[in-house]
Design a protein around this ligand. Structure first.
Ligand code: G3P
Ligand code: MG
Length: 261
């Protein structure tokens, strides 16, 4: 049975911008959030890791090379070193001054833009417990006056989620997987997660049906065409992460899917 520590209901936007602005902006940037909001998107997903001095920032990879003009491991650089890098120019020179934002700046920007957020805890190796704890504690402080929370935590790391639970028991959590595991119920229970986020690739209605019957919220990444999204929604998937928010109208992206937890 799912532990009753998640006191706030999960409500998903059906279409969630992957890594802030999907394919329409440099990933994990405030510019991406602004573009998602301007396009009428209701919610964004982004990845959070810790710097060497323990500050959570938006970053997908363990290393800086792919998305910034820096080099080396994220976990070996301070917040000051990382936030002065260019995290936009590799996407397009028009974004060349865009920094990797701190998590706190990202939360503020979501508030300003009215965006729901799925915060993916993305620990660098060996920092699972600390990243889960630090990110969740900040979300708890941030969400203290928001009932219900407009933030959903998720992670591929069960350990990170367990530590998030202790730091912020009222903030809902989702377990991330690459496929729907046969023992999904046990895996969700092990980290007291109340939703599953899984890859859309290779998923079938047979995989989805038991989750739907159980009422467990299910969201799929990364879905970049409408036909696939339509099939997934018809099969019972509640939400999708996409790089292509431009495939839906603002009207289609409005409205939350309320879910039982
Ligand atoms: O949270 C959904 C999705 O972002 C997981 O994959 O690698 O893009 O973080 P990734
Ligand atoms: Mg992610």
């Amino acid at each position: 049975m799912i532990l009753q520590t998640t006191l706030q209901a999960i409500a998903y936007p059906r279409i969630i911008a992957h890594r802030c602005g999907g394919a329409l902006a440099p990933e994990n940037t405030l510019a991406g959030m602004r573009i998602a909001a301007r396009m009428g998107c209701r919610g964004v997903e982004f990845d959070v890791a810790l710097t060497a001095d323990g500050v959570p920032i938006l970053m997908h990879d363990d290393t800086l090379e792919r998305t910034t003009n820096g080099t080396g491991f994220v976990a070996s650089k301070t917040m000051a070193e990382i936030t002065r890098l260019d995290a936009g120019g590799k996407y397009h020179h028009a974004f060349a001054v865009e920094p990797a934002p701190t998590f706190q700046a990202a939360l503020r920007t979501c508030d300003e833009l009215g965006l729901w957020a799925n915060v993916e805890i993305k620990p660098t190796p060996g920092t699972e417990a600390e990243t889960g704890r630090v990110v969740a504690a900040l979300v708890a402080a941030h969400s203290a006056n928001n009932q219900p929370s407009t933030i959903l935590l998720s992670s591929f790391s069960a350990l990170a989620l367990q530590h998030a639970l202790h730091a912020a028991p009222r903030i809902p959590r989702a377990l991330l997987t690459e496929t729907i595991p046969a023992d999904w119920r046990e895996q969700l229970n092990a980290c007291s997660a109340s939703a599953l986020h899984t890859a859309a690739a290779g998923i079938t209605t047979e995989h989805i049906a038991p989750l739907c019957r159980s009422g467990i919220p299910l969201a799929c990444y990364t879905v970049n065409n409408r036909a696939t999204a339509t099939l997934l929604f018809a099969a019972g998937v509640h939400a999708i992460f996409t790089d292509r928010m431009d495939l839906w109208t603002p009207e289609e992206m409005q409205g939350l899917v309320p879910l039982r937890t």
